[in-house]
Design a protein around this ligand. Structure first.
Ligand SMILES: [Zn+2]
Ligand SMILES: [Zn+2]
Length: 230
């Protein structure tokens, strides 16, 4: 796969200062990769070999279906289903145990999850390096709206990759971005619940109307692509 497909300037991702920047990074990578495999790369043998082998998870089959033309998705499915038929049934020399293992693996392996993760970890290396050497980036990082729980966890677990002299500051800034958001969401959800009390019938909802959606997005790194509300 071409290397340049997932090159995203880090400052561009952090610039909007809205939502979790790592979620945004992940979504940009997913978008690029989904367009890539349903477009230019669809007929490339090495990419097809990988989509045949790995398939997609439920979220990414749906994303591929929404992104690609009907024909490009059908062509990806055609060779994937053909390979599965051969491996599981018609040409299989594997024992039943191994065939069932292969069938089970299909439910968890995903070309897009794997490629997105590879590119994301590559971009995060740049985040850690930038934090160590650029004051302007540190400032931009601390101005983010928040970090979601999964990305807070990951950044803290990988914080040893930040240069030693800047590490403690990185850990404090990262913690603050997650903790503040969790405190706000907690208050918004309590407010949301209170608004169902008849005594608050005509009260002000404040920021609480979408507290459910924002809380779930915070807890799950906004994993599920939301359908537009009708
Ligand atoms: Zn996130
Ligand atoms: Zn996936």
């Amino acid at each position: 796969m071409r290397q340049d497909i997932t090159t995203i300037p880090i400052s561009e991702v952090f610039e909007p200062r809205q939502g979790c920047p790592i979620c945004r990074m992940q979504k940009m990578l997913e978008e690029h990769l989904t367009e890539y495999i349903t477009g230019a790369a669809m007929m490339e043998p090495d990419v097809r070999e990988q989509t045949n082998r790995l398939g997609f998870c439920a979220i990414h089959w749906e994303k591929t279906r929404q992104t690609g033309s009907r024909l490009s998705v059908a062509l990806i499915l055609e060779s994937h289903l053909t390979q599965l038929t051969e491996q599981l049934f018609t040409q299989s020399r594997l024992s039943e145990k191994k065939r069932l293992q292969l069938a089970q693996n299909q439910q968890t392996s995903c070309f897009l999850c794997e490629k997105t993760e590879q590119s994301l970890s590559h971009l995060l290396e740049t985040v850690y390096a930038l934090w160590g050497k650029e004051e302007t980036f540190r400032s931009l990082y601390t101005q983010q709206e928040f970090l979601c729980l999964p990305h807070y966890t990951r950044l803290m677990q990988e914080s040893q990759k930040v240069s030693r002299d800047q590490r403690q500051f990185f850990r404090e800034a990262t913690t603050r971005l997650a903790q503040n958001q969790l405190t706000c969401l907690s208050q918004d959800i309590t407010k949301f619940c209170a608004m169902f009390d008849y005594r608050n019938k005509n009260g002000d909802w404040g920021n609480s109307r979408d507290a459910i959606e924002r809380s779930i997005a915070f807890l799950t790194a906004d994993a599920v692509t939301k359908k537009e509300e009708p």
